[in-house]
Ligand binder design. Structure first.
Ligand code: PBG
Length: 327
């Protein structure tokens, strides 16, 4: 036989669909999806989010129906975000027992018991007049004052029946104070999924429309991780693990696949990735123009995040991906 023929032919295992299925390495299940839900106080009816097509802000009266749909798609978890009727300097709407998120948690728990994992965002930017993720002293965000408020938010959510609190404020020490507050108050079973390596990112802009949380002055550079600093990101994750976090997160996802892979390689802890609003908007925008196929791109992106090492993904495509996987 002529030496010019290849003896190793990878095409053999690609020749038909069953063969390809047999050798598929990365699997994706609906069990890997976390579906964000936006709920707004004093809202009369569902409101579209201009910059995030097919995503809506819901009035509290629509939450049960929405979660029912999510559950029927076999998605195991929701992530609740609240938009309060009023903002103030203390972000009070975030930690009162009759706050919008606390009400939503109670309602979902009453309707569905333990059959869905309820996660809730723990942050201040939707609730403060400044739109910042912490409490201000003058024009700076006061880390340690903010910690007390963040633990109050987590506790109020725990009293409402949350399964997992998800601090996204990027205050130093937030996991530690939240863990202590939960434990001291008997909520030892409430978990923490921290937005550990949350980067200062322009990919969040559409979310700020959805959640009405754009900073009123300055930016978030003093508390979020610079996207130029991968070792600093690993340090954030390491600190959260030392402080007792249950699940770490890398955020955003698509432009940060290297950090997802690195986190998975280095640490023995579940890794979440948050495929954020800007990633969603890019796909939606291009698909609307007819430049890409939305479903194909969605699948390729979500598989790539899985391939990088994410155990679970928060994504605005959760429902669409679940539908796609069930076909
Ligand atoms: C802050 C928060 C943000 C996101 C989730 N939680 C915005 C920010 O830090 O400015 C962004 C999520 C997304 O873009 O999808 N509480």
């Amino acid at each position: 036989m002529s030496a010019s023929f290849p003896t190793k032919r990878l095409r053999r295992l690609r020749k038909n669909e069953k063969m390809r299925n047999l050798v598929q390495e990365v699997l994706f299940s609906t069990n890997d999806l976390i579906c964000p839900v936006f709920v707004q106080e004093d809202l009369k009816s569902k409101t579209v989010v201009e910059s995030m097509p097919d995503i809506q802000r819901l009035p509290i009266s629509d939450v049960t129906k929405e979660v029912d749909e999510i559950k029927k798609l076999n998605i195991p978890a929701i992530m609740l975000f609240g938009i309060p009727a009023k903002k103030d300097d203390h972000g009070s709407g975030a930690f009162v027992d009759d706050g919008i998120v606390q009400k939503a948690i109670r309602q979902v728990r009453e309707s569905f018991g333990d059959s869905i994992v309820i996660m809730a965002d723990v942050c201040l930017c939707q609730y403060t007049s400044s739109g910042h993720c912490g409490i201000l002293r003058g024009n700076t965000i006061d880390n340690d004052t903010s910690l007390k408020t963040l633990s109050d938010i987590a506790l109020s959510q725990a009293r409402a029946g949350v399964d997992i609190v998800s601090p996204s404020a990027m205050m130093d020490g937030q996991v530690k104070v939240i863990r202590e507050a939960l434990d001291e108050n008997g909520f030892t079973d409430v978990g923490i999924m921290s937005h550990s390596a949350k980067h200062r990112s322009s990919f969040y802009n559409p979310f700020r429309d959805a959640a009405d949380c754009a900073p009123q002055f300055g930016d978030r550079k003093t508390y979020q991780v610079p996207y130029t600093n991968p070792r600093e990101a690993m340090r954030e994750i390491e600190l959260d693990i030392n402080e007792g976090v249950d699940i770490v997160m890398v955020k955003p996802a698509l432009a940060y696949l290297d950090l997802i892979a690195e986190t998975k390689r280095r640490f023995n802890i579940p890794v979440a990735a948050y495929s954020v609003s800007g990633e969603y908007a890019l796909v939606k925008g291009a698909a609307k123009q007819g430049w890409i196929n939305e479903t194909d791109i969605m699948s390729e992106i979500l598989y790539s995040i899985k391939r990088a090492g994410a155990d679970m993904i928060v994504t605005y495509f959760a429902k669409k991906m679940a539908e796609h996987l069930s076909k």
